[in-house]
Design a binder for this molecule. Structure first.
Ligand SMILES: Cc1cc2nc3c(=O)[nH]c(=O)nc-3n(C[C@H](O)[C@H](O)[C@H](O)COP(=O)(O)O)c2cc1C
Length: 168
C-alpha cells in the first residue's frame, strides 16, 4: 500500500474481531512509525503504554464513554506527551508532535492489516488525569488508540473540500 492509498483508505474502526493476538513485532513496527514522526526541535516528547490486559481495557471504557470499541479491540496504546524538554526548555509544540506520532501509528497499523481508532483524552475534563492514575505516569495522556483486526469496513471518505483552501 502506498502512502496516499493508506491516507485515503484509513477510517476509524469501532468494531474488531475478538480474540486476535497482535504479535509484538507488529506492535513495535507501529511504535517505530510513531517515533519517526517529525517533532519540534526534535524533542520527541512522546511515550507509549501498550495495554493488552482486559481488566485495564475495561477501565479505559470507564474513563471515557467514547472508547466502547475497546470491548473488541486487541489492545490499546496510550500516547502521552511531556511539555518539558530534556534540556530544561519547555516544548510548547508537544501536542502537535504527539498528533503527528499518532497519525503515523494509525497509517502503519493500516499497512500491517489492522484497524485503529484515535480516542482523545487531553484536555477533555478529567479524563487524562484518570488515565494518569490508571497507567501510573506523570506524563500527559493525550490519546488512547484502539488497535485490532477490523470487523467492519466503513466506506472511504475521499472528500476534497475546495472551500477549506485559500490560494494566495
Ligand atoms: C483528537 C481526536 C479525538 C478523537 N476521539 C474519539 C473518541 O473519543 N472516540 C471515537 O470513537 N472516535 C474519536 N475520534 C475519531 C473521530 O471521530 C474520527 O476520526 C472522525 O469522525 C473522522 O472519521 P474517520 O477517522 O473514519 O475518517 C477522535 C479523533 C481525533 C483526531
Amino acid at each position: 500500500m502506498n502512502t496516499l492509498d493508506a491516507i485515503r483508505n484509513r477510517r476509524s474502526i469501532r468494531r474488531y474481531r475478538k480474540g486476535i493476538d497482535i504479535p509484538a513485532e507488529d506492535i513495535k513496527t507501529m511504535l517505530e512509525a510513531a517515533m519517526l514522526a517529525p517533532s519540534a526541535r526534535n524533542c520527541r516528547p512522546w511515550e507509549f503504554t501498550v495495554i493488552k490486559n482486559r481488566d485495564i481495557m475495561g477501565k479505559i471504557m470507564d474513563i471515557s464513554p467514547y472508547t466502547k470499541m475497546m470491548e473488541t479491540a486487541s489492545l490499546a496504546i496510550v500516547v502521552c506527551g511531556r511539555p518539558e524538554g530534556k534540556d530544561g526548555q519547555n516544548n510548547d509544540f508537544w501536542q502537535q508532535d504527539c498528533g503527528a506520532a499518532i497519525e503515523n501509528l494509525l497509517l502503519a497499523a493500516l499497512e500491517l492489516g489492522y484497524g485503529t481508532c484515535w480516542c482523545g483524552l487531553y484536555p477533555s475534563g478529567d479524563r487524562y488525569k484518570l488515565m494518569q492514575e490508571l497507567i501510573d505516569t506523570d506524563a500527559i495522556p493525550m490519546a488512547v488508540i484502539a488497535v485490532g483486526e477490523a470487523d467492519e469496513k466503513p466506506e472511504r471518505r475521499g472528500f476534497y473540500d475546495e472551500t477549506k483552501v485559500r490560494w494566495i
